[in-house]
Design a protein. Structure first.
Lengths: 292, 257, 289
């Protein structure tokens, strides 16, 4: 029983990790909680569904096209909403509210187009899973876990080693200084939105192979992605992965003796605890101090 | 008798010794200046005195009471007021409202009073407004009383901060760079006001980079360099102090023993 | 006609919610994104007291509001060391915890099934079952709320709140105990939200967790922003317009399956447009860029 719950935790955690890592890529350069990120996650899944399940397009192609679309949507959101607000140097609350507005708009648009039907990309019959340590884990679930590890590693290496990645780190650290050395912060932000949103879209597609995605629960998903990022230290990519796994495990192990509906409560309880006592997360990232 | 005493203050920031064993005393009714290069630790000392920062060790004695562990609002209520280096005003409030916030209302500012003591707070507000207006007149900002604080120029904001701290009527005034960015005429007006405050029994400690203001206004000077106190005395003593000259002009390098 | 009264009752309830949130976020600058949680507590407390003990709603909603105060005090105290984004996130999380409890503590709240059969207000034995009579009751509460909140914001207490919003550090330097003000304001906001929740419960006679979601909190926030941060009158107008306007959708005969998401889309779009073009809303006095 324990191992089944642990595996469930790791699987759910991997999904959270994917959301968290893609969210972090964007957060690092814009420094506010881009809630609308959650909806591109759902858009990816729905678009892939339309291509793959409805029109029979090859799965990999659907996945790639969905990611492209969500990447472009991310860029569009920045171009038309966040960029003008940045120019005006709006306080973070304005960004947050605008982000909510976008989220609500797109979420309900999805609901209009697709109805309230819950969709799943699972077109094959549910396969028998592998037995391991007294628990069952399916191929799809292994795929999700594996993907999240690869994506996290990939993004981390990308940010650490590539030129664009280093530019992203520079802008994350100090946009003004970055521009002084010839990096255009706006371009880097656009690139970050594309990469982050595309990854989120792909994550949505993958996870919808395993669970049902519906627009009404996507708010929860992005929140958990944010919680995972905070647990691991906001802005840290390996931290986002760790935070995701931690959260998934805590949720699933936490409901050992209590009904599973309490998962959300556990997650938000963890959020409050971390915000109050360890806002820098496990890695202790320091929040900016106020100058007097 | 020293109304304010700083004893053996130490403050570390991630390995940077912001303040290292700083001690000094300010007698009552004296105008004192705290000088030093940027980063010497002057504002840090102010922050520690006013409770916005807790020192690693050392203490602050105000009127013979240890106030080191008190909250900033408590320290203000006890009688130490301060201004800020990067001016802190209430931007979306009018100039008058800014000054009206600087009073010791006590109970009248509570929710209970707001709900049930209408007449009392109306009376208090009338008195407060008169007082605020007279403080504004003192600094020459009375004609701007209904303007939004955000719309003020830098110099006017500094005067507003001054009016505000005068309205607060503390025993000790801690002024952080009161003359920074002001026109000469405004500076002399400000010095005049500070003299008036001293004459009415107040104690003033100010931070300044302006050597003219320091020499002209201060009766006592405390000099800091890299967090360490290097001089304490009258302005002329400080001016001729070897360590101070080295710190500011760097002409003669002190040879470490 | 019944329908019009119904809409006005709902508007009245939202006015109370909007004004109380405006006190917290518009006047004091505390980003509270979980306001619906307080009305949730107020509604459920009053409903349960009515269902299990037959308690009159007059007492029920007061006790409900007090229950809301209790949790607001906890939230307020916890929030003291959080700023900006983190405070917003914490209040959001808090709202979700309350929603989650309402949904999962089935023993107490019947979970998603909700609590039906809540009885209505009665004055001197005369039950207020007609919409118009309930409207009068709601109007009375709206006037009371408006009166109290107006007194608060125009008092020295209210001035300190604005100081907290503008510059917390400077307010501390003026000798004000900012923490005390923050908790007090959360509590007052929660009190009225709790009242609104109770009014709602005893009107619809059925409550379930779905009336108290994050979307609800954001909708109330939209009403605050639209009407104008820091303007109680603006809140009245903002709430009224945002309740009435989507009803027009109903009139042009759209099926509910289309009207409901369309209404939300309007809200979402309005929020974005407001942030881009007019963050101050209609009557906002606080230049919230």
């Amino acid at each position: 029983m324990f191992f089944q719950l642990l595996f469930n935790g790791i699987i759910a955690g991997s999904a959270y990790a994917l959301v968290a890592v893609s969210f972090t890529v964007i957060y690092r350069v814009v420094k506010f909680f881009h809630f609308a990120h959650g909806i591109v996650y759902a858009i990816g899944a729905y678009f892939a569904y339309t291509l793959y399940a409805v029109h029979g397009v090859n799965f990999i192609v659907s996945l790639l096209l969905a990611s492209m679309l969500t990447g472009l949507i991310g860029i569009t959101i920045d171009r038309f909403v966040y960029s003008p607000l940045r120019r005006r140097r709006s306080p973070n609350l304005v960004f947050l509210l605008a982000s909510f507005g976008i989220f609500i708009f797109l979420q309900n648009l999805l609901q209009l187009i697709y109805g309230v039907q819950v969709l799943t990309l699972r077109t094959d019959p549910v396969k028998e899973g592998f037995h391991f340590l007294g628990a069952v884990i399916t191929g799809t679930q292994i795929l999700i876990v594996g993907t999240s590890v690869i994506v996290t590693l990939g993004v981390w290496l990308f940010v650490k080693k590539t030129k664009l990645g280093k530019a992203m780190r520079a802008v994350a650290d100090d946009p003004w200084a970055a521009s002084v050395v010839g990096i255009c912060p706006q371009r880097i932000i656009v690139a970050s939105f594309f990469i982050g949103s595309a990854l989120a879209g792909a994550a949505g597609v993958l996870v919808s192979l395993e669970t049902n995605i519906d627009p009404t629960m996507v708010m929860n998903t992005i929140l958990k992605g944010i919680i995972a990022s905070i647990i691991g230290g906001i802005g840290s990519i390996p931290g986002a992965m760790f935070g995701g796994l931690f959260l998934g495990s805590a949720e699933n192990l936490g409901i050992w003796q209590i009904p599973s509906g309490w998962k959300d409560c556990i997650a938000f309880g963890i959020l409050i605890l971390f915000l109050l006592f360890k806002p820098g997360g496990i890695s202790g990232v320091r929040a900016e101090k106020e100058c007097l | 008798m020293n109304v304010l005493e700083v004893r053996n203050l130490f403050k570390n920031y991630d390995g940077v010794k912001a303040v290292e064993n700083v001690s000094f005393g300010i007698p009552k009714g004296v105008i004192a200046a705290l000088i030093g290069q940027n980063g010497a630790g002057k504002t840090t000392v102010f922050n520690i005195i006013t409770g916005f920062l807790k020192p690693d060790s050392g203490c602050i004695i105000f009127k013979n009471k240890d106030i080191t562990s008190m909250a900033p609002y408590q320290i203000t209520q006890r009688g130490i007021g301060r201004t800020f280096q990067n001016i802190r005003i209430f931007s979306q409030l009018s100039v008058l409202e800014n000054v009206m916030l600087a009073t010791k209302y006590g109970h009248s500012e509570s929710l209970w009073a707001a709900l049930f003591r209408g007449r009392e707070i109306r009376k208090k507000d009338r008195q407060n407004q008169e007082r605020a207006e007279s403080c504004l007149m003192l600094v020459g900002m009375h004609d701007k009383k209904n303007e939004l604080a955000e719309d003020l120029s830098h110099g006017q904001r500094k005067l507003l901060e001054l009016a505000r701290i005068i309205a607060l009527d503390p025993e000790v005034f801690l002024l952080d760079e009161p003359s920074a960015g002001l026109f000469p005429e405004t500076i002399s007006k400000m010095c005049e006001i500070i003299h008036q405050l001293r004459d009415s029994g107040k104690t003033i400690l100010f931070i300044s980079h302006d050597i003219n203001v320091v020499m002209g206004l201060a009766e006592k000077v405390i000099a800091l360099n890299y967090g360490i106190k290097i001089a304490e005395g009258t302005p002329s003593e400080t001016q001729n102090n070897e360590a101070v000259i080295n710190a500011y002009l760097g002409r003669r390098r002190a040879i470490a023993p | 006609m019944e329908y019009l009264f119904h809409i006005m009752v709902i508007t009245g309830i939202y006015i109370i919610l909007t004004q109380s949130l405006n006190l917290v976020i518009g006047y004091t600058g505390l980003p509270s994104l979980g306001h619906a949680a307080f009305s949730c507590v107020g509604a459920y407390t009053s409903a349960l007291l009515a269902l299990y003990f037959g308690l009159s709603p007059w007492f029920g909603i007061i006790i409900g509001a007090c229950a809301a105060i209790a949790i607001a005090a906890v939230l307020g105290a916890a929030s003291l060391r959080l700023k900006g984004d983190y405070l917003a996130l914490a209040t959001l999380g808090f709202g979700l915890i309350v929603y989650s409890v309402a949904k999962n503590w089935v023993l107490l709240t019947e979970g998603p099934m909700g609590l039906p059969g809540i009885h209505r207000f009665s004055i001197l034995g005369f039950q207020l079952s007609e919409a118009w009579s309930y409207l009068l009751l709601v109007i009375a509460f709206v006037l009371l709320t408006n009166l109290v909140l107006k007194r608060i914001v125009n008092s020295p207490f209210g001035r300190v709140l604005q100081g907290v919003r503008e510059d917390e550090v400077a307010t501390l330097a003026m000798g004000k105990n900012v923490n005390k003000y923050k908790i007090t304001v959360f509590v007052v906001g929660a009190f009225f939200a709790g009242i609104a929740g109770g009014l709602y419960a005893h009107y619809i006679t059925f409550i379930d967790p779905s009336s108290f979601t994050v979307m609800e909190s954001i909708t109330i926030l939209l009403m605050v922003v639209f009407g104008g941060m820091g303007s109680l009158t603006g809140s009245i107008i903002g709430a009224s317009i945002l309740v009435l306007l989507p009803e027009i959708l109903r009139f042009i005969g759209l099926p509910s399956i289309v009207a409901a998401p369309l209404r939300q889309m309007m809200y979402g779009l309005l929020l974005v447009v407001l942030m881009l073009k007019q963050p101050m809303g209609l009557l906002g006095k606080y230049r919230f860029r």
